[in-house]
Design a protein around this ligand. Structure first.
Ligand code: NZQ
Ligand code: ZN
Length: 388
């Protein structure tokens, strides 16, 4: 049963290969001081930086650069960004990049005017935001996280070996996001396919729960089918606009709070993946692909009906003459074949994980209880061992 809920998503999206022009319109809503957040320089190489700066200047904005946001943004970088925002009385934080830039922009947005240590307040104690929030806008260049239309913000603390994701309320969601599929054409293949798997896993994390009949599950099946189809095309021809635009749109809907409606959610692959990230700084999507199959094979008996449905509805497994378990297993095998076709990382060693890290990674994996099986520490260690 769907139950009772409130649905609101205030992010305005501009989609398409001419969408940057709408930045003019958006800029007119904010003051003069813009904190321009970007990563390690890809936007300078592919020309997006020049296009954006031109528009900012034409609109009479003063630009305060905040470059060098690393994949898996760190708490030290967050403090740096807060200093820029506070000292310059920033009116809008404009993130140009992937999930890391967008997550980081949200973190700065709530932290710049926070009187306490924002890591402790917002990421450890998970308190509500009670200080001024600086608006965020996003120009997306990497697809996967859904950060462009959600309140998620993941920050890594290497010293404490913790990578923690926080979901803020909708007053922290980007005010607007510009989604031009062409901007993703220059992504290295490794990042592109990692993003594809991130999308798939966002969906499965929300799909593998509950046993009732829920509209959200049908929406997710459609999104997964579209992703599988387009990813197979994009991996061969990364410049296929149709495929890349479908994937960009799917990524947004996979994690903008719509498909979780009426559901409890699992998120254990992400919990384990984030802890792997804290130990290795590996690419987010690859931390998920490396543990997914051992995880799903382990929990399958606890949610057999749904795994069977997944096999039939998403992977077109023919059920005739097969037991439920055989059908479910065949579905996961088809997912495995698709993952290999994309060239995803399928084991933890490739990400630099060593045996001596496994206990620590398991300890850093927050145990959630929304999926088909509540794991204990030993079970997480076993899944990690299987993933080596
Ligand atoms: O830094 P630059 O030079 O820009 O290079 C980036 C980076 O090295 C590169 N890149 C991005 N766009 C490009 C490009 N290279 C060439 N051409 C382009 N158009 O790609 C690399 C990865 O970028 P990043 O932003 O780190 O990737 P992603 O979008 O996967 O973001 C990962 C972060 O998001 C968090 C992850 O944990 C991780 O910290 N997540 C955020 C979520 C959310 N907000 O809801 C949910 C996710 O599950 C995830 O946890
Ligand atoms: Zn993810």
């Amino acid at each position: 049963m769907l139950g009772n809920f409130v649905y609101s998503n205030p992010t305005k999206l501009y989609f398409g290969d001419d969408s940057l022009k709408y930045l003019n319109e958006e800029l007119s809503k904010y003051g003069k001081n813009i904190q321009l957040v970007y990563g390690g320089g890809s936007i300078k190489k592919n020309g997006i930086y020049d296009e954006v700066v031109k528009i900012l200047k034409e609109n009479g904005k003063e630009i305060f650069e905040d470059a060098g946001v690393m994949p898996n943004p760190t708490v030290e970088k967050l403090y740096e960004g807060c200093k820029i925002a506070k000292e310059n009385n920033i009116d809008l934080i404009l993130a140009v990049g992937g999930g890391s830039c967008c997550d980081y922009a949200k973190a700065v947005s709530v932290s710049a005017h926070c009187e306490e240590d924002p890591w402790e307040k917002y990421y450890i104690r998970m308190e509500n935001v009670d200080n001024k929030i600086i608006p965020v806008g996003c120009i997306l260049t990497m697809v996967g996280t859904g950060s462009e239309m959600n309140g998620g913000s993941v920050i890594t603390n290497h010293e404490k070996k913790l990578k923690i994701g926080r979901v803020f309320d909708d007053n922290v969601f980007p005010k607007f996001s510009i989604l031009n599929p062409k901007y993703t054409f220059t992504l290295p293949k490794y990042q592109m396919v990692a993003g594809f798997y991130d999308i798939m896993n966002h969906i499965t994390e929300q799909y593998f729960s509950n046993t009732d009949d829920c509209t959200s599950d049908y929406i997710m099946e459609g999104l997964m089918k579209s992703l599988i189809n387009s990813s197979k095309i994009a991996v061969i021809n990364p410049r296929d606009y149709e495929a890349r635009s479908n994937i960009m749109w799917t990524a947004t809907w996979a994690l903008n709070t719509l498909v979780e409606k009426g559901k409890s959610t699992d998120w254990m692959v992400h919990m384990i993946g984030q802890s792997i990230g804290a130990y290795t700084d590996a690419t987010h999507g690859m931390t998920l692909s490396a543990v997914s199959l051992p995880y799903y094979r382990y929990i399958m008996p606890y949610g057999l009906e749904k795994f069977k449905r997944f096999a039939i509805n998403v992977w077109n497994v023919n059920p005739s003459g097969k037991s439920d378990e055989e059908i479910a297993k065949e579905g996961l095998m088809k997912m495995e074949n698709w993952m290999k076709e994309l060239g995803l990382v399928m084991n933890l060693r490739e990400l630099g994980v060593t045996e001596d890290m496994l206990e620590g990674i398991a300890k850093g994996s927050f145990i959630l209880n929304g999926g088909y099986k509540v794991l204990n520490h030993e079970e997480i260690v076993n899944i990690l061992k299987e993933s080596m």
